[in-house]
Design a protein around this ligand. Structure first.
Ligand SMILES: [Zn+2]
Length: 295
């Protein structure tokens, strides 16, 4: 039971940090720091939830989780119904999460591959992007091993040269910083529980923070105002319709991003951030080590 207690404590620590992130106002000023905490907290919650279920179920063996799982086929008769149910729930949850992540990655990769093929047919290469001859104003990054930055003829017409440069810098930031890998685990979870309001809130928060990271990089290269006015034009023009698996310049909480670019919040780096990092990393380390260390 000590093992279960440790796993539950790790899950609680990660949940407290996640709640703090959801309620904090500094996250928009320091999106990268917030994303680091989100990723560690999310991983900790998953590992410790599976660990708590397996820890309770395999407690009669008195061993670490992995050695106990190896023993399971030979000693399964020693477990009563409650412990067996808990082991089945733990293994089921782990399998469900892993399978869902893999399926989500596969379907996203297929959608991107289809879109890449389509681009070969309809887009023409320009100096820093592929141009699609379409009147709708669209710009997006199609991530992958060879990322593609795509901009429509409508967007080129809509934006000034400075604004277009800022938009392309935003999309290049997505590609360079591999933002699709940051959002992928959370999007896969949302696919698993599409009506879960808490998960919807967390996913939209992560997506917004990713957009803000790309905004910051673009603003450092091209200035804040060209990107803010480009976003404003996209928004006023009703831009949207990003293909599946792509990261667009203007799909997420545009008003908040414009406001942030024009009036940067005066939030200093939160002094509690290093402490929160230590808490979730300790929780994750404890939770993961309990899989191997015998108690
Ligand atoms: Zn973007």
């Amino acid at each position: 039971m000590i093992l279960v207690g440790h796993q539950l404590a790790a899950a609680m620590a990660a949940a407290i940090v996640a709640l703090w992130l959801l309620r904090s106002r500094w996250t928009h000023a320091h999106p990268r720091a917030a994303l680091i905490l989100w990723q560690i907290s999310g991983l900790t919650l998953v590992v410790s939830s599976v660990g708590a279920l397996l820890g309770f179920g395999l407690a009669p063996f008195g061993r670490g989780l992995l050695p106990a799982l190896v023993d399971l086929p030979l000693r399964i008769h020693e477990l009563d119904l409650w412990h067996l149910t808990s082991v089945a729930a733990g293994l089921g949850l782990a399998g469900w999460l892993i399978a869902n992540q893999l399926l989500s990655l596969r379907s996203t990769a297929r959608a991107r591959a289809r879109h890449r093929l389509l681009l070969q047919l309809v887009a023409r290469p320009d100096t820093d992007a592929l141009v699609v001859d379409h009147p709708a104003a669209v710009a997006y990054c199609l991530p992958g091993r060879t990322p593609r930055i795509v901009v429509s003829a409508g967007a080129r017409q809509l934006l000034t040269a400075e604004e277009l440069g800022a938009v392309l810098a935003h999309e290049q930031a997505h590609a360079r910083e591999r933002h699709h890998l940051v959002v992928a685990p959370f999007q896969a979870l949302r696919r698993l529980l599409p009506r879960n309001k808490a998960l919807i809130k967390v996913c939209s928060t992560i997506e917004l923070l990713v957009e803000m990271c790309a905004d910051d990089r673009a603003a450092r290269q091209r200035g804040r105002e060209p990107l803010a006015s480009a976003l404003e034009r996209f928004h006023a023009n009703g831009a949207g319709g990003t293909p599946a698996g792509a990261l667009a310049v203007s799909d997420t909480a545009v008003q908040a991003r414009i406001r942030r670019l024009r009036e940067p919040a005066a939030f200093g780096f939160p002094p509690a951030w290093p402490l929160a990092c230590v808490v979730v990393l300790t929780a994750l380390g404890t939770s993961a080590s309990l899989f191997a260390v015998p108690l």
